[in-house]
Design a protein around this ligand. Structure first.
Ligand SMILES: [Zn+2]
Length: 128
């Protein structure tokens, strides 16, 4: 026999190539976990590809979000892609959450720079 012994959900015989036990990979109960992992892996790869497309759309690589304007561009693009169904809303949520953290970090970094400049100016004035 050169096809799987199982019947498909639509009632027709499975035409896949059988393994030694007579059923194909998709119909082998012993390989259910393997199938699940394989599907999950495929999902992750698709998510990653979508995320990269999103970054390409914004014209940035992941390391280049340095100003609030950069983050705004990313967020508006993310929203647009979630709205049109091009991007999984879970990825959209993750981007939104991380963008919030990033904005806060940019804010702190900017304040830190300003404080440093003020301190340098003050110590110059004391020294003069
Ligand atoms: Zn089969």
């Amino acid at each position: 026999m050169d096809t799987c012994q199982e019947i498909q959900a639509d009632g027709t015989p499975c035409k896949m190539r059988p393994q030694l036990n007579g059923v194909c990979f998709n119909h082998d109960p012993a390989r259910a976990t393997e199938r699940t992992l394989s599907r999950q892996r495929g999902g992750l790869l698709r998510s990653r590809q979508t995320a990269l497309l999103l970054l390409e759309d914004v014209g940035m690589s992941p390391a280049e979000f340095k100003s609030p304007a950069d983050v705004c561009k990313l967020l508006s693009n993310t929203i647009k892609n979630v709205q049109t169904g091009r991007l999984d809303r879970r990825i959209g949520s993750a981007v939104g959450m991380l963008a919030g953290v990033l904005l806060r970090a940019i804010e702190i970094s900017t304040l830190d720079d300003r404080l440093g400049a003020i301190e340098r100016e003050l110590s110059k004035q004391k020294g003069a």
